[in-house]
Write a protein that binds this ligand. Structure first.
Ligand code: COA
Length: 393
């Protein structure tokens, strides 16, 4: 039997602030139940002025490195669709902030919300070639839509760091995967825009169609039967999307998608996304953290995972949880990242959204407002200057 490869450790970071969607609803004169019930979203994670995908990624990765060291890590892959540079990878900034050795490759991956899953699979390939190597995979995104657009209610921000290794201590990445790629304009962001162009309804239809195709490919390749999964994690732009998707999956497998069945399969995997919002590449792995944290014992259980990135690329795959995983993770710390955020009102949120950084090379200092271990201190000469605000161990 080949050596199992998968997630050896995992940790989470979010933005400092939390905006209740009641604030957005009041501003837009919208019935809040459209958000709370219709989208199934309660709050969204908002980054402070000195936080971004790099600071969140480094904050998520720090405890993983503290627990596991850097020996054998020769690759960092950072998956994001909200990159801070068109050329230099955010992984290089994170590598520097984490004080990692120089004999490492550091790259950024992009394919909308899907790229974290590609990083996981590429990492497994590296480890399969040399089981002594470990790969640091980080998903990190700040999802901002146009102000006063319908997508604004689905915003969010988070990062999830995962260490991929042979004989993993959290979950084995099962080898069968179902894939589906199709060229669709449901969501994209041209280089000259800071927010995406979105055809929201098309993105929902494309997501559901991609799920059907990826599932068909998964079953054709000998994947698990629908009854063999203990739970399901979906890419979650908003929690009702996971419910729509799971209902479709159950129906195409001849199972009635009753409310009870959907809640039983999804309540734990959607709970944290419901209060973080869409964290794009990280959203699926926030769902995974949700079930690892809330389910008392998942030992030996298989979790179905559906990853979707507009444009579109999707993958259905599975993870099988390893005995002792709760002792490896620091679930309490990660829970604090989700629940320990500071509520802000609409005016504060709007101020953060409307703040701009210089684009002419002049220097701007960022106010020290984030609470994580790293911050974006300044922009100077077109460079982003990051600093650690906590003593390195
Ligand atoms: N009480 C309860 N439910 C309500 C409601 C109310 N007062 N008002 C509306 N709703 C329901 C609607 O019936 C709808 O439910 P349904 O999807 O089951 O039909 C849901 O709330 C959303 O309402 P809708 O009018 O469709 O919202 P919208 O036009 O503002 O757009 C998105 C919603 C998701 C398309 C939009 O937020 C978006 O574009 N998001 C970004 C893209 C995205 O997340 N895509 C997902 C796939 S990646």
């Amino acid at each position: 039997m080949s050596t199992p490869i998968g997630i050896h450790d995992l940790a989470v970071a979010t933005g400092r602030y939390s905006l209740d969607l009641a604030e957005l609803a009041e501003h837009g004169n919208v019935d809040v139940d459209k958000y709370y019930i219709g989208l199934g979203q309660e709050k969204q994670s908002i980054v402070a002025a000195d936080e971004d995908i790099v600071t969140m990624a480094a904050a998520a990765a720090r405890p993983v490195l503290d627990r596991n060291g850097t020996d054998g890590i020769r690759t960092i892959m950072l998956a994001t669709e909200t990159g801070i540079d068109q050329s230099k990878s955010a992984a290089v900034y994170v590598h520097g902030l984490l004080g990692m050795p120089a004999d490492v490759r550091a790259v950024e991956l992009k394919q909308a919300c899907y790229s974290g899953t590609s990083a996981l699979q590429f990492a497994a390939g590296i480890v399969a070639r040399n089981p002594e190597e470990r790969v640091l995979v980080i998903t990190s995104d700040v999802a901002w839509y146009d102000l006063d657009s319908s997508g604004e209610a689905t915003q969010g921000a988070a990062a999830v760091a995962m260490l991929i290794s042979a004989n993993p201590k959290v979950a084995v990445l099962d080898t069968v995967a179902g894939l589906h790629t199709s060229d669709v304009q449901d969501f994209w962001r041209p280089n000259y825009r800071s927010t995406p162009v979105v055809d929201g309804k098309l993105s929902i239809d494309t997501y559901l169609s991609a799920l059907e195709h990826a599932w068909a490919d998964y079953t054709a390749r000998g994947g698990h039967g629908i009854g063999e999964f203990h739970g399901f994690c979906y890419h979650q732009p908003f929690s009702r999307m996971a419910y729509k998707a799971h209902a479709r999956l159950l129906e195409i497998n001849g199972i009635e998608a009753s409310r009870e069945r959907l809640d039983a399969d999804l309540a734990q995997t959607t709970r944290y996304g419901r209060i973080i919002g869409n964290s794009y590449s990280a959203a699926l792995y926030i769902a995974l953290f949700g079930v690892l944290d809330q389910q008392e014992d998942l030992t030996g259980e298989t979790i179905g995972m559906f990853s979707y990135g507009s444009g579109c690329v999707s993958e259905f795959f599975s993870l099988t949880v390893v005995p002792g995983y709760r002792d490896t993770l620091d679930l309490e710390r990660d829970r604090e990242a989700v629940f320990g955020r500071e509520p802000i009102d609409y005016a504060t949120y709007r101020g953060l959204r409307e703040a701009t950084l210089p684009t002419d090379g002049s220097r701007a200092e960022l106010p020290a407002s984030g609470t994580g271990p790293y911050r974006l201190a300044a922009i100077d000469g077109h460079s982003r200057i990051y600093e650690a605000i906590e003593k390195q161990p």
